[in-house]
Design a protein around this ligand. Structure first.
Ligand code: FMN
Length: 317
């Protein structure tokens, strides 16, 4: 590590003090897509959200993913000869959440068809692969499933991404794109949908603000947790629904914020901000206000006020 590198936020090395939560947080820095794997066997079907999917071999065409040994779907996936991998599109967060639950039948909502071997195939996805189970390898508390790809298709839809416990969308890196391409993009924006414009601006501002947020050592979802708690105590379920992440990930954020002393268990129910959490939340809100001020200062204040009103109107409708 060079002197210019920032100090690590946390580290776990001694095997006897191995911190599984910290390990999971560390692994979460590797950005992935999100897929739903699905299979049918002996009249039953199952589907689950995964991000352990990975390419394995081109010739023969192999892919792999891993399933928790305690998963209720493991037996069926190990018995089924075929399975599908449905790579979710950016607008399929709801599908990801539905197939990550252990209760209820995620197929009830529809939006799927049956493949040649009964394996469910989801619609509106970014890409889809049909596989024959090639090998399964027990490894630690998971089992690796390797599939030989029998057919695949991809569609013109941006993929859903997952990193640091949050859903994201992909965008070209500003430093990885030649200048000419930026002008092309500006031209293309003229005919882009409103949805794309709003989404792209929000993503770009969030990415840029991450640099300011880095000084607080909090992730996006942790700072959003502080924001949601600023108007009163909330349960883990309410926080998950507001922030749009799973209860397990809220648990991680809660554990970190508790350890940092920014939140505490509320007397009524759920969690609330401590005085240090309130101060940090105020600092973050001030940084956001300064960030926005810098962005908007070159624009006509009347137009900015009108834009604000329009956005509020659209959000309320
Ligand atoms: C983004 C995301 C990625 C996930 N990746 C995996 C994975 O790779 N392997 C796995 O076993 N579970 C993974 N899960 C958890 C399963 O989706 C979840 O445990 C399962 O659907 C719940 O049913 P079960 O309790 O029967 O396992 C993931 C969940 C989410 C939200």
């Amino acid at each position: 590590m060079t002197a210019a590198n920032p100090a690590p936020t946390s580290a776990a090395s001694a095997p006897d003090a191995f911190d599984v939560r910290a390990f999971r947080t560390c692994l979460g820095h590797y950005a992935t897509g999100v897929a739903v794997v699905a299979a049918a066997h002996a009249g039953a079907r199952c589907g689950m959200t995964i991000n352990s999917f990975s390419a394995l071999s081109l010739t023969p065409p192999l892919i792999m993913w891993s399933i928790r040994n305690e998963s209720s779907a493991r037996e069926l996936f190990l018995a089924a000869e075929h399975f599908s991998v449905n790579i979710l599109a950016a607008d399929q967060i709801e599908v990801s959440g539905r197939f990550a639950k252990s209760s209820g039948d995620p197929f009830d909502a529809g939006g799927w068809t049956c493949g040649d071997h009964g394996e469910p195939l989801l619609g509106q996805v970014a890409a889809r692969l049909r596989c024959r189970r090639h090998q399964s390898i027990p490894a630690g508390d998971h089992t690796i499933l390797i599939g030989e790809v029998s057919s695949f298709e991809h569609f013109d839809r941006p993929p859903l991404l997952f990193v640091q416990g949050e859903y994201r969308v992909s965008a070209p890196h500003p430093m990885g794109r030649p200048a000419a391409a930026s002008n092309d993009t500006a031209q293309a924006l003229g005919s882009a949908s409103m949805m794309r414009l709003l989404y792209s601006l929000s993503e770009r501002w969030m990415d840029e603000f991450d640099l300011d947020r880095a000084t607080t050592n909090l992730s996006r979802s942790q700072s959003r947790t502080l924001a949601w708690l600023s108007d009163g105590p909330k349960t883990v379920e309410a926080l998950g629904a507001n922030i749009g992440i799973s209860a397990a990930l809220v648990d991680d954020d809660i554990a970190r914020l508790l350890a940092l002393g920014h939140i505490q268990v509320a007397a009524s129910q759920g969690f609330e901000l401590t005085p240090s959490g309130q101060a940090l939340r105020r600092d973050l809100a001030q940084s956001i206000a300064q960030f926005e001020q810098a962005k908007l200062s070159k624009l006509d204040p009347v137009q900015v006020a009108q834009l604000r009103q329009l956005l509020i109107q659209l959000l309320a409708s």
